[in-house]
Design a protein around this ligand. Structure first.
Ligand SMILES: *Cc1c(COP(=O)(O)O)cnc(C)c1O
Length: 390
């Protein structure tokens, strides 16, 4: 059976009392045991039974198991947001006087987590151009606790040669952690690219039309230092586990992920091609366009689709604001991979609290608008963009 079929038909660990076809939402904090010995065995991990929903809950476990079936990972841990997944995995690997090697091209909150929050606890950050193998090699020494990258950066849409970078990191014993939010794991194998653990904001493609926040750490157990502290220390001590309600919604989303994604990615490609014809758009950045510098590399690593996020550049920030204000169908909102198409001006919003100098170092331009393409008819989207440009 194909992975997507498996994920839909995965049997529940225990038969439901009423044979419910979809996983019931176990809104329970604690679970009872028949005797003291079973309770001791469950608490000490000798038997697999939930005891307390901060660390294990049947509905959340079922969601994790389905992601495991699709990815072939050794373990999957669900968190209550993408940032919770990212911070838990970095806290599991980092320590005082160690440093994280990463790029300036990062999701804004991840950048700030690494360069400000973790810095206060003595964790260093080394920022380098991850598309330059020599720079990566030179940036790794014995104090490097992990290499952290985004498979397709948001919003620059830069793609790193992951097997090449992973080979350099692994030669020096450094695990590779990758944020794979922009291309769903139904499309490619992160493990085959040399990624030791994936982090995903499941708020995006997986939740099923922006129903709930969530994050996943998909652990291939290729790094000994990660598995134990993540599940047995971070999950317990930081308390950022996914809630049963979110796990239910995200499981439903996961069942239709592949179908939604294929339409959204096709829409994005079709729209990008048509937008290239409009003279008032200075640049259309979409990895799926054959003339994009990362097109071939992306195809090799992630397969034929290139996600549903693209950016367009207009003449000035004023032109961007005017365009956004004139949109009638496309929504003025952040978030990615909602069923609806969304538009945002990243420089003044997601990156609005960074200094102009920091924005420039991160290649965040005042002229860029980010579009997350939804499930609408492409003609309607194109017409809305065309009228907003007038
Ligand atoms: C949205 C996003 C995050 C953060 O996820 P939340 O679920 O909002 O916490 C991290 N990385 C990328 C690439 C994102 O797009």
């Amino acid at each position: 059976m194909k992975k997507t079929t498996q994920a839909i038909h995965l049997p529940y660990k225990r038969r439901d009392a009423y044979d419910a076809l979809s996983m019931p939402v176990y809104h329970a904090v604690a679970f009872e045991f028949d005797n003291a010995q079973l309770m001791a065995d469950a608490f000490c991990g000798r038997i697999d039974a939930p005891d307390y929903s901060r660390v294990e809950n049947p509905t959340v476990t079922n969601f994790e198991e389905r992601v495991k079936a699709i990815t072939g990972a050794q373990d999957v841990v669900a968190f209550n947001s993408g940032m919770a997944a990212i911070s838990n995995v970095l806290l599991a690997l980092a320590a005082k006087d160690k440093y994280i090697l990463t790029s300036r091209h990062l999701f804004g909150n991840t950048y700030s987590l690494i360069t400000s929050t973790l810095k206060r606890f003595g964790v260093g950050a080394r920022l380098c151009d991850l598309t330059n193998l020599k720079a990566v090699e030179e940036a790794i020494d014995t104090e490097c606790c992990c290499l952290y990258l985004e498979i397709m950066t948001n919003p620059q849409l830069e793609v790193t040669d992951i097997p090449a970078v992973a080979a350099v990191a692994h030669r020096k014993g450094v695990p590779v952690i990758a944020d794979t939010t922009l291309i769903p794991f139904t499309e490619f194998s992160a493990r085959d690219l040399g990624i030791d653990a994936e982090v995903v904001s499941s708020t995006k493609y997986i939740s099923g039309g922006a129903t709930s926040l969530g994050g996943l750490v998909i652990d291939y157990s290729t790094c000994d230092r990660l598995h134990h502290p993540l599940r047995h220390e971070m999950l317990f001590n930081l308390g950022a586990y996914m809630t049963p309600q979110a796990a239910y919604q995200q499981t439903v989303g996961l069942e239709v992920l592949d179908a939604r994604y294929k339409v959204q990615a096709a829409n994005a490609l079709c729209l990008a091609k048509r937008l290239q014809q409009l003279p008032s758009i200075r640049r259309v950045n979409y990895v799926g366009l054959p003339d994009n510098p990362y097109h071939e590399l992306s195809k090799r690593q992630f397969g034929p689709t290139a996600g549903a996020m693209l950016t367009i550049d207009l003449d000035s920030q004023e032109a961007c604001f005017r365009f956004i204000d004139r949109l009638k169908l496309i929504h003025r909102a952040t978030n990615l991979f909602d069923n609806r198409t969304l538009a945002i001006h990243p420089a003044s919003t997601i990156f609005g609290l960074f200094s102009a100098e920091e924005r420039s170092q991160m290649d965040i331009l005042d002229t860029t608008i980010r579009l997350s393409v939804g499930l609408e008819d492409v003609d309607d989207l194109f017409n809305d963009i065309q009228q907003a440009l007038l």
